[in-house]
Design a protein around this ligand. Sequence first.
Ligand code: TRP
Length: 335
Amino acid sequence: MKNILTGDRPTGRLHLGHYFGSLKQRVELQDQYNTYIIIADVQALTDNFDDPDKVRKNVREVALDNLAVGIDPNKTTLFIQSQIPEIAELTIFYSNLVTVSRLFRNPTTKAEVNQKKQVFGNEGESITYGFLGYPVSQAADITAFDADLVPVGDDQLPHIEQTREIVRKFNHIYGETLVEPEAMVGKNSRIKGLDGNEKMGKSLGNAIYLADDEDAITKKIMGAITDPNKIKKDDPANPDICMVYYYHKLVNEKNVDTVCQECKSGSRGCVACKKELIRSMMEFLKPIQARRHYYEEHPELVDQILEEGTKKARERAQETMRRVRQNMKIDYFKN
Ligand code: TRP
């Protein structure tokens, strides 16, 4: 069976952007692949090193979100990055194979730096060695498990490309050791935020969370952007510039054609349309929230899943590490 590795940074609860970008796919694939899901707390710390409480708390939230969408711990290995020291070890060795200028050219890193500048002003310019290097650590996450496939949102493609370059260079210098992974991007790999922004993001404040309750969903959808030219309830409008229609397409597939026609003909008011979306959204989230609730009520079960997953993942990473040590000629003491 081929291996999959993917995962999330524990910096907040997961939202619809994560769901359509990656979670949905990983749930579907867990039957066909040996799947590893990393809760990337070390990566989260690269830009949250001054807030360990936040990262700690969100390790749990991200575990709950993964279980909630249907990750089955009997099929998938869910683990915590910081508890696998082999990943840190690999990161050190890989860091020799990447130039600093290559890291500065990474478009995702660049976008993240720009976003920090907008939020923090000039302070955002003082990026750390650790932050600049997180794609190297991500290469270690992926290769420690011999991942063949990495299902991710399209913002992660530069990191997978960086991983492939490291693997090729490593294998060229030290001999065939690492598996070169491929990215796998879903069809809705990036979904827009409530405000119409191209990306739904926690820091952008435009996200619908998988754990949002009906009040939160109602508030968010009632405030969503619709066609600004539609003034009166029965004015015809253009659904293609309406965020409400956009989400109908994702969570109300069975009625989306009617929504579109009625919007265009002017027989559907925005308030009614938003109310229908709220109902569909809650319907869509219902099984997810029911599973989340179950695991919230059984915290010891979540502890056990994480502990066993991490143990299993570590054994797997240790196997890779043995190969790496041997081929790098640093296997001094046989054990
Ligand atoms: N960088 C990913 C994100 O921000 C999280 C992540 C860490 C990851 N390590 C990974 C994704 C390895 C895929 C493979 O969402």
